[in-house]
Design a protein around this ligand. Structure first.
Ligand SMILES: Cc1cc2nc3c(=O)[nH]c(=O)nc-3n(C[C@H](O)[C@H](O)[C@H](O)COP(=O)(O)O)c2cc1C
Length: 149
């Protein structure tokens, strides 16, 4: 099973989880880097606004083509009860290229279900989803066995 792990992460929480998943599935890993800057305080406000508006943004060139993989793991943070918009930008840019997809999301506490529903609108029905709080990722109190099977 050829696996690609793709993630967007503003403050490295989802990044940590993505790296763990990639090592478990021995997959390639790709970071989504938007051309818009979402760092810092201004970036925080912009991120919340862009996520609410489901804004599609340009991304830096990607290394891997999701079409070449049996399964793509796509992850990122919840922003304002939605999937961080760089994630939907990635899905839009690669429309029709996913055979099987799994979503993983991190959030302070809430917004997972609405985010998963939104991601599904931009791709295909996921095989599996994984929702973890920031705290769970940092403390590593999770088990990836079922998600990565
Ligand atoms: C713009 C913005 C909006 C956010 N909105 C939510 C939210 O609606 N619900 C929530 O539980 N956490 C929210 N968070 C917290 C992040 O989802 C959480 O810290 C996440 O683990 C960060 O992942 P990252 O380090 O991979 O970017 C928000 C963070 C940002 C920057």
């Amino acid at each position: 099973m050829k696996s690609l792990v793709v993630y967007y992460s503003r403050s490295n929480v989802t990044k940590k989880l993505a790296e763990d998943i990639a090592s478990k599935v021995s997959g390639d890993i790709e970071e989504i880097v938007p051309k818009v800057n979402y760092k810092g305080k201004i970036g925080y406000v912009r991120g919340g606004k862009d996520a609410m508006q489901e804004k599609i943004v340009d991304l830096q060139p990607l290394k891997y083509d999701p079409q070449d993989y049996d399964v793509v793991y796509l992850g990122g943070p919840v922003w304002a009860g939605k999937a961080a918009n760089p994630m939907i930008s990635y899905l839009k840019q690669n429309e029709g290229k996913f055979s099987q997809i799994k979503f993983f999301m991190t959030a302070g506490s809430s917004g997972f279900e609405s985010s998963f529903r939104q991601l599904e609108e931009y791709s295909v029905k996921p095989l599996k989803t994984l929702a973890l709080t920031t705290k769970e990722v940092i403390k590593e109190t999770y088990d990836l066995t079922s998600f990565t099977q």
